[in-house]
Design a protein around this ligand. Structure first.
Ligand code: FDA
Length: 363
């Protein structure tokens, strides 16, 4: 008999298991995939860590969480500075003085601000959709070249059919600063996320390749408390219906060259290129290997049974989630946590913070 059965070995499950073990409790972690780590898992090839489930950059302004992860692994000094590629024209992101100078040849912040102010007037009154909202915030040129195609590929819908609230604010800087995140700390774990995950799971019994929802009878009496980090609708056998996600498909290639695109993250912002991003993994770790791995990221319409990436923030799904959450509250000795069980987009620092809160609550 264990104190805790932890279902899922993503960051939520690993942090919970680590802290409980430290407190002297016994834990068993079961994981449906054939590897631990959830979506932060990296596969190593030719000395390069490939972010198998999408690019993961650790960033936080929470000093306690930064210190927490640094106990287990050292972080490098990677700063995310993606580049947008619009039909071969390159622009720095996020929108800053470099972008404005590349777009219009302006030199001073005042010139850039005047250009944007003039273009914003193309929309009068309350924006009726995402297109109008974006233009009212940043003007027509940046919307057309850097937002429209990318957003339409991401959502699989035209910007005129998407609600305005999706873009409430757009990060705009009138400085020459290409650092994507505003957070105080950022970096990539040296040796990849696997080092972090292995350190968290040290000394904890883990069984991979086991889907809890298919083998419940084996596990139901094995622990006092269950920590469930899988999809909440799957736990309840989809009895109220299925929650929807946006999907992603990754195509990874090994290339016989040292440096393919000169940056870790390149966004393809035109509508015609079918992928949204091209990730050259070695640049996350300043790799100097003679070969490289590049992953193209294709947004897809998600189908049940596929990997779930982004929850859909619409009324149907949020209402359905709340109904499942009400059922979850009635489950005795089961804690639901993490991005799938809470049907929520969580950054890594937030999911760690949430697991630490759960530890305090259920210890
Ligand atoms: P996670 O999904 O990692 O783990 C859940 C685990 O449970 C999985 O391993 C799953 O296989 C397992 N499981 C599910 N059902 C099970 C069952 N029935 N039985 C057994 N096991 C089961 N954040 C950030 O801070 N910076 C970034 O750059 C990014 N980038 C990024 C890119 C993309 C494409 C996405 C989708 C997300 C990000 N994130 C991110 C967010 C980050 O991925 C997220 O915060 C963590 O992975 C969440 O960890 P969890 O443990 O909640 O879930």
């Amino acid at each position: 008999m264990y104190d805790y059965l932890i279902i899922g070995s993503g960051l939520f499950g690993c942090v919970f298991a680590h802290e409980m073990k430290k407190a002297g409790k016994s834990c068993l972690v079961i994981e449906k995939r054939d590897h631990v780590g959830g979506n932060v898992y990296c596969e190593e090839k030719d000395g390069i860590h490939i972010h198998k489930y999408g690019a993961h950059i650790f960033h936080t302004s929470n000093t306690a969480i930064w210190n927490y992860v640094n106990q287990f692994v050292e972080f490098n000094h990677y700063v995310n500075s993606p580049v947008a590629n619009y039909k071969g024209e390159l622009y720095n992101l996020p929108f800053n003085m470099n972008t404005f100078s590349q777009m219009w040849g302006v030199v001073t912040p005042a010139e850039a601000a005047a250009k944007i102010a003039k273009q914003r007037t193309a929309i009068q009154g309350e924006p009726k959709n995402l297109e109008e909202q974006a233009i009212s915030l940043i003007g027509t040129d940046i919307y057309t070249k850097l937002i429209k195609g990318y957003t339409e590929k991401q959502w699989g819908r035209s910007c005129t059919d998407l609600p305005a609230f999706i873009i409430r604010r757009l990060p705009v800087r009138y400085t020459f600063d290409n650092n994507y995140f505003n957070d105080r700390y950022q970096g990539i774990p040296m040796g990849g996320y696997t080092v972090l995950i292995e350190a968290l799971l040290e000394g904890i019994e883990v069984r991979t390749g086991v889907d809890y929802n298919k083998h419940r009878e084996e596990f139901n009496d094995i622990a006092d408390t269950i920590i469930y980090t899988g999809p909440i609708d799957a736990y309840f056998q989809y009895r109220l219906g299925q929650l929807e996600y946006r999907g992603l498909r990754f195509e990874t290639e090994r290339l016989e060259e040292e440096n393919y695109q000169g940056v870790a993250v390149m966004n393809y912002t035109d509508r015609e290129t079918p992928y949204t991003r091209s990730i050259e993994h070695k640049h996350f770790e300043f790799g100097t290997q003679p070969v490289t791995y590049v992953t193209k990221e294709y947004p897809t319409d998600w189908k049940p049974g596929e990997e779930a990436y982004y929850p859909v923030n619409d009324d149907r799904n949020q209402t359905l989630y709340r109904q499942y959450a009400a059922l979850a509250k009635q489950e005795r000795q089961v804690v639901f946590g993490g991005r799938l069980a809470e049907y929520k987009y969580y950054d890594m620092d937030d999911v760690i913070a949430s697991a630490l809160t759960a530890v305090k609550q259920y210890q």
